[in-house]
Design a protein around this ligand. Structure first.
Ligand code: ADP
Ligand code: ZN
Ligand code: ZN
Length: 715
């Protein structure tokens, strides 16, 4: 086989010793096979399936030692070039195994199930004989592209009749028909029209390939996305629209389906396998032009991808927590670099990374500064819980919030009560002055550990005793605190027994479809009040909600995470965005021990820029993103010293390297999961390449360590 091409194949099996592309010869009879094809190959004495990820260089092993591939699986490549590139990108840039990169790019049911047939019917000119045959044929002539099940259902034709017509050529199968766009949606206001015009210019190739759409909540960003998608579709290209939560898919899906009937596919992991496979192929065959879904939909196999939209781009749910630990924003940019399309990042509260890139001119920047139709932003009122305690109110609800709930319920409007439940990593707050203990080096909140009765920094392992008196005001009222949504619901039910209320958080909504039912009954006003986590603050459009209450902003503020202030600002602003989306003005009551904190103050005036100015200074000073890159290395073992040992060894090696800063190791805030003790270490570099080189070195030296580049979760 002199001169035969050599393909690099990544096997489907994920195992450390198979974690590399294997070279195989491509025999001349399979000359059409290339990157993106699935193939069967010999492996030892058995065979295996895998994905061709590229061509091997001539400097590999000689042809004598190479075995030929056995043949292709399927009649066309499974992945097109941009997704093949993404497989390599995941492995190289996010430091995962090859097998994990392939699994992420092609969902398991697609790898395991047969290719679904094209099931849309088209009819020829010649009418067949026989009454039922003729009825079926006539129906399809009238409804070209009708689904098989629909055509048979409408005409009472049996499967045998259909088979006979297919065999005779009177009918044939094809892809779904193209349906023209539906209504053009609401007329755009001038700010929206200007934003759309800018996006169109970028889509025509004149401008940066990434744009931040910074629009206050209720400014009509979705309408801008719809117009951008319309443009892309008119160019014969396709779009992916990402939402931060599965729970938001139905609402967004409804708006896109109304605008682009028959052309929207939905991707998410909670779908049944058969449905997932069908939607995947609808995208792959170009039958669906718009794919909508959470994070993983960024891998939708659209053959002519021209646009990706990340709605609420600041959400940390766009970061995958299992390997490969990618961020959907970066994957989208990588794909679009190959297909030549536009990335639109939409948010009222952009991430510091994106906001900084826009302000530095590295990406485009368009703004929608006002709500549509002249609707006012919600009025935000900050309630000082310190004063509330001083006045003798020890209840969960301040007097202001309780009165606001009374008024809202009396008016027949709806209430959301929000809690940041991730406050289970307990911090200590002074109930007299709001002071929170922080690490002197890392500037993140210290966490209270009941076991040894001490405060700890989870970045650098600094420890101290709990002071007897507040260092700021001398008060002895230092308390750790944390409440859950159950307790809030209980207190609310006791206070407002006549109100119809329910709880909505990730635990209560884990069953498939349960959030849809709950959110629908809230939208239908069968409920007066929802109590839940920040999940409720994300993107929902409930016009009858006029009051949002934040039970304790401090729970977000005191997370042991350098993004705590950013998350607090997001939570408060997004919550305010849920209030008053209908005709009536909305109202937000924020309860906190830290009313002076810049994230609370900026959110109260709903002005991103002052928050950004403060926060960006803090990030720069400490070298946190966007001014540095982070790598979180985690280890777990049966005992704390065993978990710590490999990290201590690693730290000793890395501390000697230039351009790297090492923090820790320290116990993770959630120190024990099941029987395992967890320990982690944070590594920082100013260059991503330097950090990445260190990550690959660490991964190669100790495969038991878990690595996260650009971490979002420090618990
Ligand atoms: P955002 O995503 O910025 O929070 P949406 O796109 O959901 O805002 O729009 C908020 C509401 O305003 C929606 O009900 C939408 O239908 C409506 N809307 C959007 N654009 C306009 C417009 N130009 N005129 C009137 N209503 C609009
Ligand atoms: Zn104090
Ligand atoms: Zn520290």
């Amino acid at each position: 086989m002199e001169g035969a091409k050599r393909a690099q194949v990544v096997l489907d099996r994920v195992a450390a010793r198979l974690d590399r592309p294997f070279d195989y010869l491509v025999p001349p009879e399979f000359g059409h096979i290339g990157p993106g094809w699935r193939v069967r190959v010999p492996l030892g004495r058995t065979t295996a399936t895998g994905l061709v990820v590229g061509w091997a260089g001539a400097d590999g092993p000689g042809p004598v030692t190479l075995r030929p591939i056995l043949g292709p699986v399927g009649e066309e490549p499974l992945l097109l070039p941009d997704l093949v590139a993404v497989v390599r990108y995941l492995r190289d840039q996010w430091c995962c195994w090859w097998g994990q990169a392939v699994r992420t790019s092609v969902p398991a049911p697609v790898r395991q199930q047969a290719v679904p047939p094209l099931d849309h019917l088209y009819a020829g000119e010649a009418s067949p004989r026989g009454t039922v045959r003729q009825r079926l044929w006539a129906f399809v002539r009238e409804h070209p592209g009708a689904r098989e099940a629909d055509a048979r259902g409408a005409t009472g034709a049996s499967a045998a009749v259909l088979t006979a017509l297919l065999a005779s050529g009177a009918l044939w199968r094809g892809p779904a028909p193209q349906v023209p766009s539906g209504s053009t949606g609401a007329g755009l206001n001038p700010a929206q029209a200007a934003a759309v015009a800018t996006l169109r210019r970028h889509l025509d190739g004149g401008g940066p390939s990434t744009v931040l759409l910074e629009g206050v909540t209720g400014s009509g960003k979705t309408e801008v996305y719809l117009a951008a998608v319309d443009t892309v579709l008119a160019q014969g290209r396709q779009a992916i629209v990402l939402v931060p939560e599965i729970a938001l898919t139905p609402q967004m899906g409804a708006r896109f389906r109304a605008r682009f009937p028959g052309r929207v596919a939905v991707f998410h992991s909670a779908m049944a396998d058969g449905e997932r496979v069908r939607e995947w192929y609808r995208a792959r065959r170009g039958e669906a032009d718009v794919v909508l879904g959470p994070r993983s939909a960024v891998f939708a196999p659209c053959p002519r991808l021209g646009l990706v939209v990340l709605d609420e781009e600041h959400e940390s749910t766009y970061k995958q927590e299992e390997h490969p630990r990618y961020h959907a924003r970066d994957v989208a940019a990588e794909r679009l670099a190959h297909t030549g399309g536009l990335l639109v990042l939409g948010s009222a509260t952009p991430s510091l990374e994106t906001a900084h890139a826009a302000r530095a001119g590295r990406i485009g920047w368009v703004r929608l500064p006002e709500r549509v139709a002249g609707r006012p932003l919600a009025a935000v009122q900050v309630v000082d819980l310190r004063a509330e305690l001083q006045a003798g109110n020890h209840e969960m609800f301040s007097r202001v919030l309780a009165a606001a709930v009374d008024e809202t319920l009396e008016a027949g409007d709806q209430v959301l009560l929000l809690l940041n439940r991730r406050g289970f990593a307990k911090s200590v707050v002074c109930r007299t002055c709001g002071h929170t203990a922080r690490c002197p080096d890392c500037s993140v909140s210290l966490t209270w550990h009941r076991e040894d009765q001490r405060l700890r920094c989870h970045y650098c392992d600094y420890r101290r005793d709990l002071p007897q008196h507040c260092p700021a005001c001398g008060s002895t009222r230092l308390r750790s605190f944390g409440v859950g949504t159950e307790q809030v619901l209980e207190a609310a039910a006791a206070r407002w027994p006549a109100a119809r209320m329910a709880r909505a958080d990730r635990d209560s909504l884990s069953r498939r479809g349960s959030h849809e039912r709950l959110f629908q009954s809230f939208a239908d006003r069968q409920l007066d009040m929802l109590v839940g986590t920040q999940l409720l603050a994300k993107g929902m459009d409930w016009p009858h909600v006029t009051l949002v209450g934040i039970i304790a902003a401090d729970l977000a503020l005191s997370l042991p995470d350098f993004r705590a202030a950013e998350r607090t600002y997001d939570l408060l602003t997004q919550a305010a965005g849920r209030a008053g989306r209908g005709a009536k003005r909305g109202r937000v009551v924020v309860q906190t021990y830290n009313p002076e904190h810049y994230s609370v103050a900026a959110a109260a005036s709903q002005d991103f820029q002052p928050f950004y100015d403060q926060e960006v200074g803090f990030r720069e000073e400490l070298g946190y993103p966007p001014f540095g890159h982070l790598l979180l290395v985690e280890a777990s073992a049966a005992s704390p010293p065993e978990a710590r040992a490999p990290l201590d060894r690693l730290a000793a090696v890395l501390r000697g390297q230039p351009h790297l800063t090492v923090r820790g190791p320290s116990p993770a805030p959630v120190e024990k999961v099941r029987t395992q003790h967890r320990c982690h270490m944070l590594i920082r570099a100013t260059s991503r390449d330097v950090l990445l080189a260190a990550a690959h070195e660490v991964a190669a030296s100790d495969p038991s360590l878990s690595l996260t580049i650009d971490p979002y979760n420090f618990l």
